[in-house]
Design a protein around this ligand. Structure first.
Ligand code: SF4
Length: 224
């Protein structure tokens, strides 16, 4: 069965780190270097931090408990839940705009029909990847839901203190850039592997998991 979406927030953010990743993620994912122990530990801490924040919304419904992974049911369940009167709080709400699917960490529909959305990151700083993560989610949510009251990043201070930053204005300014980059990514998927020389983008903001492939490309075959 073919997917009902082409991009997720993760694939968009990876493309903003390096356009070649758009192509490699889609056609050559087996060439990735698997995450090491430190990376897996970081992922686990991130999930635990996110869960602590979610614990502050005891009435929220966790969409993923009602759906198999990334199925269209995420979107259907979310749409039906948001059609209810009054305040609705959801974890992992599936929001689709065109061919882009995002799952929001915490989404709240207020009594007046506006939305507050929270993206949780176990990080003390807002780096470029986090800013693009917010920007693409905002782009999808604004187009699909309208009336976004606020889009917030929840960062960490110290061990487990939450710092909430309203990113709405910054995300609003990036709407056109998100649109243009999505179009560029769609073109990449129609063509050949882009020629991108290795450089600072291979380590910033995250170490790229295709570094081994790019370094040894002369000896490696990548076929669609
Ligand atoms: S290793 Fe560098 S050039 Fe290769 S895909 Fe990753 S970021 Fe792009």
């Amino acid at each position: 069965m073919s997917r009902f979406y082409t991009f997720t927030k993760t694939s968009f953010v990876r493309g903003m780190q390096c356009p070649k990743l758009v192509y490699l993620d889609k056609y050559c994912s087996k060439l990735r270097t698997p995450p090491d122990r430190d990376t897996l530990l970081r992922f686990r801490k991130g999930r635990e931090f996110e869960q602590k924040f979610k614990d502050m919304f005891p009435n929220a419904v966790d969409v993923k408990k009602h759906c198999s992974i990334r199925s269209i049911k995420y979107v259907e369940f979310t749409t039906n839940a948001l059609a209810a009167e009054g305040c609705v709080e959801l974890f992992e709400a599936g929001v689709l705009h065109g061919d882009i699917l995002v799952l929001t960490d915490v989404l709240r529909k207020n009594d007046d029909g506006s939305y507050d959305i929270f993206e949780v990151k176990h990080s003390e700083k807002i780096n470029s990847a986090i800013a693009w993560d917010v920007a693409v989610q905002y782009y999808v949510c604004k187009n699909a839901l309208g009336n976004i009251n606020s889009f917030n990043i929840v960062n960490r201070r110290g061990d487990d203190e939450f710092v909430v930053t309203d990113m709405t204005a910054e995300a609003e300014e990036k709407l056109q850039l998100v649109h243009e980059n999505l179009n560029a990514f769609r073109e990449i998927l129609q063509g050949f592997e882009p020629e991108v020389p290795m450089g600072p983008q291979c380590d910033e903001p995250y170490v790229c998991d295709f570094k081994r492939y790019c370094m040894a490309k002369a000896d490696t075959q990548c076929s669609m």
